[in-house]
Design a binder for this molecule. Structure first.
Ligand code: MCA
Ligand code: AMP
Length: 504
């Protein structure tokens, strides 16, 4: 069997000089390529010594650090399945993911050890380790005595490399199963399409528990043997300070909006920059234009999903059209269909369906759901609605899923409505996204009290906090006497969105 392990694919491209810099932080830490290879080998040896068999899941909820990246590489090397979790998730959310994915190893922040270990124990997880952002925790200590060489476990294209949980319409998250082949094909395609070249330096400021920061950004740099400037979190002032040393930056639209608020963002700061890439949510044309005026650079917008990695992209060389996400990437088939599944004519709006080597293997332990989301001829229904313009560029005009994207994070209203409805005094609720300058969309709740109950929006928010990730907690809660419904009794969210839009 030809080894299709994603780590092998990436490592084959590492620079000849393994003593050169792979990753450095503004705090002055610097790691060579050899450091990455050795540390990931030690961690892979540790995982093997724990008896983890290829295919077992490793669930990881830790702060961003160079060691967290080594852990990801080690998981690939050991043939295990990496399951990254947003650091904002609270106990109820983690309980669901661990119960659903049944990992063999859970790694959490040292300060969360107690409650995470309790959840892990309940679900029969064999091993729990901790990893802190300051190289603290039990994981590195346990790995230290292990050998720093490791023969990467061969994997086939179809073997799973990662499971990425994405929110589900019913409020239950679904685990998108991504194979080594899926991720390697996308890495190769983007490497060529975005013209990665010698001398590129990636400024990495995204979280590493989603496709954008973990796969698109990291694989890009590793496959190009490019060093990364590694920021533990997005801090716009720090990004502007580091820009003069970088050539490539990737961010969600909120990051570009915040960068524009930095007085230091100008042509001088971007003198070496080659590429600013945006994705995960729609980039406003106004942001694109403001950014070009300030820096002279046209942001390259692309489109993808957890289930598919990247699907379309504006070109690196060629016209970048604001308000579009560019043509389908080479190797990706994309079609726009009407309600009967017939292909739409150019310019007509319809549902976006895709097929290609990057499209996932299905939802973890949800075969029925997986079947539902694929057409008979193997196209995946993205749930996004769009059109193809004359030049073959895709324009995303909406979604046929009830999804809110806030600052690049997905929130499904149903999950929040279910929690709100359980709170004392709440009769019913509707959760919507309203336009927001900073987050693109802001999670907003409209709540009806039970007869006689007195509700306080601030109290409701407080009750939600701690039960769900902070980004899911509605920024605003409006109290109303009743929700608008149509003749079928369905809540008319469009009316609510119009009523609570900021300039309504
Ligand atoms: C943080 N908060 C948010 C968000 N992020 N509220 C709404 N939406 C958000 N996105 C809240 C916190 O709960 C907290 O609220 C307060 O803001 C400050 O938290 P902090 O962590 O300091 O936030 P921040 O550093 O300002 O974060 C903003 C951010 C972050 C940097 C834009 O949201 C972010 O990194 N977003 C990127 C997400 C991403 O990588 N998406 C890719 C998905 P309180 O004070 O009330 O507690 S992959 C994907 O979508 C596909 C495949 C694709 O195409 O890429
Ligand atoms: P996720 O489930 O987190 O992977 O989010 C994927 C969704 O993000 C897609 O289905 C789109 O709705 C949205 N998305 C990603 N990139 C863009 C973009 N450039 N413009 C508009 N929507 C986007």
């Amino acid at each position: 069997m030809r080894d299709a392990n994603l780590y092998s694919v990436l490592a084959a491209r590492f620079p000849a000089d393994l003593e050169s810099c792979c990753l450095e932080t503004p705090e002055g830490l610097s790691y060579t390529w050899r450091d990455m290879v050795h540390a990931s080998a030690r961690l892979a040896n540790l995982m093997r010594s724990l008896g983890l068999r290829p295919g077992a899941r490793v669930a990881v909820q830790v702060d961003k650090s160079p060691e967290a990246l080594m852990l990801y590489l080690a998981t690939l090397r050991a043939g295990l399945v990496f399951l990254p979790l947003n650091v904002a998730y609270q106990a109820g959310e983690i309980d669901y993911f661990i119960g659903n994915a049944k990992p063999a190893l859970v790694i959490c922040a040292p300060e969360h050890r107690e409650w995470v270990a309790e959840i892990a124990r309940r679900h029969g997880v064999a091993h729990v380790h901790t990893l802190g952002a300051g190289r603290d925790g039990s994981l590195l200590a346990a790995a230290a005595p292990h050998a720093d060489d490791f023969a990467t476990v061969p994997r086939s294209e179809d073997d799973l490399a990662s499971i990425i949980y994405t929110s589900g319409t019913t409020g239950r998250s679904k685990g998108a199963m991504l194979s080594h082949g899926n991720l390697a094909s996308n890495a190769r395609t983007l490497h060529a399409y975005w013209g990665w070249r010698p001398g590129d330096v990636l400024l990495h400021a995204l979280p590493i528990f989603h496709v954008h920061g973990l796969f698109v950004a990291i694989h890009g740099a590793l496959y190009n043997a490019s060093p990364m400037i590694w920021l533990a979190r997005f801090d716009p002032a720090e990004v502007v300070r580091q820009l003069p040393r970088a050539t490539v930056f990737m961010g969600v639209p909120t990051m570009y909006v915040r960068l524009l608020d930095e007085p230091g963002l100008d042509r001088r700061a971007c003198a070496r920059m080659r590429l600013f890439i945006s994705g995960s949510a729609p980039l406003r044309v106004e942001t694109f234009d403001d950014f070009e005026r300030r820096t002279g650079m046209r942001i390259l917008e692309r489109y993808g999903m957890s289930e598919t990695a990247m699907l379309t992209s504006n070109p690196c060389d060629g016209e970048r059209v604001p308000g579009t996400v560019g043509p389908p990437l080479p190797g990706v088939e994309l079609r726009i269909v009407d309600e009967r599944g017939q292909c739409c004519a150019r310019g007509e709006i319809g549902a976006i369906e895709v097929r290609g080597p990057n499209v996932f293997r299905g939802y973890w332990r949800m075969p029925a759901k997986t079947r539902e989301e694929f057409t008979a001829d193997g196209f995946f229904r993205t749930g996004d609605v769009g059109q193809l313009d004359e030049g073959g560029y895709v324009r995303i005009v909406g979604r046929n899923r009830d999804l809110i994207i806030t600052g690049g994070y997905n929130v499904y209203p149903k999950e929040i409505e279910t929690l709100l409805d359980e709170l004392p005094g709440v009769l019913e609720s509707a959760v919507i996204g309203v336009p927001d300058r900073d987050f693109g969309e802001a999670v907003t709740a409209v709540v009806v009290a039970r007869p006689g109950a007195k509700l306080d929006p601030a109290e409701l928010k407080e009750l939600l906090r701690g039960r769900i990730a902070g980004f899911k907690v509605p920024r605003r809660i409006h109290l109303v006497a009743e929700l608008p419904r149509n003749a079928m009794g369905k809540v008319q969210k469009k009316l609510l969105r119009d009523a609570y839009a900021p300039n309504a």
